[in-house]
Design a binder for this molecule. Structure first.
Ligand code: ZN
Length: 129
């Protein structure tokens, strides 16, 4: 079962670490947890959820991919920049699980990056031993 994340801006970053942690089955011991976003204009990364850094990441993606640059896909639904920004990310990350808990580093969080918000985004969590 996916969980859902509401985003609030066109380019928005949401810390989903707690939601992923909650999706790990209670009886799950050690293994690997794959977090997957079911979209073509969003991505997921592991990085630091520090507020100023999140602003820097949004600025960086915006600089790498300008909002409008004569993209062919814009003739269809006007969101080529969103697809291209998502292309720089990844649709999934895998995180080790130890004793049913995400084995992330002190400063590591699982971040959903919505490149075409605001929307409701679906995230699946698959745990394998
Ligand atoms: Zn599109």
């Amino acid at each position: 079962m996916p969980f859902h994340v509401e985003t609030t801006d066109r380019l928005d970053i949401v810390d989903i670490t707690d939601e992923v942690e909650a999706a790990i089955p209670d009886d799950f011991g050690d293994g690997l947890c794959t977090v997957f976003v079911q979209h073509t204009t969003a991505g997921v990364v592991v990085n630091e959820a520090e507020q100023r850094l999140l602003g820097d990441i949004e600025r960086y993606l915006g600089e790498l991919v300008p909002d409008e640059d004569g993209y062919a896909h814009d003739a269809l639904d006007g969101n080529a920049d969103s697809h291209l920004r998502a292309l720089l990310l990844d649709e999934s990350v895998s995180v080790p699980v130890r004793d049913g808990t995400l084995a992330v580093g002190t400063w590591q969080s699982i971040l959903l990056l919505d490149c075409d918000g605001p929307r409701t985004r679906s995230v699946t969590v698959t745990c394998t031993s």
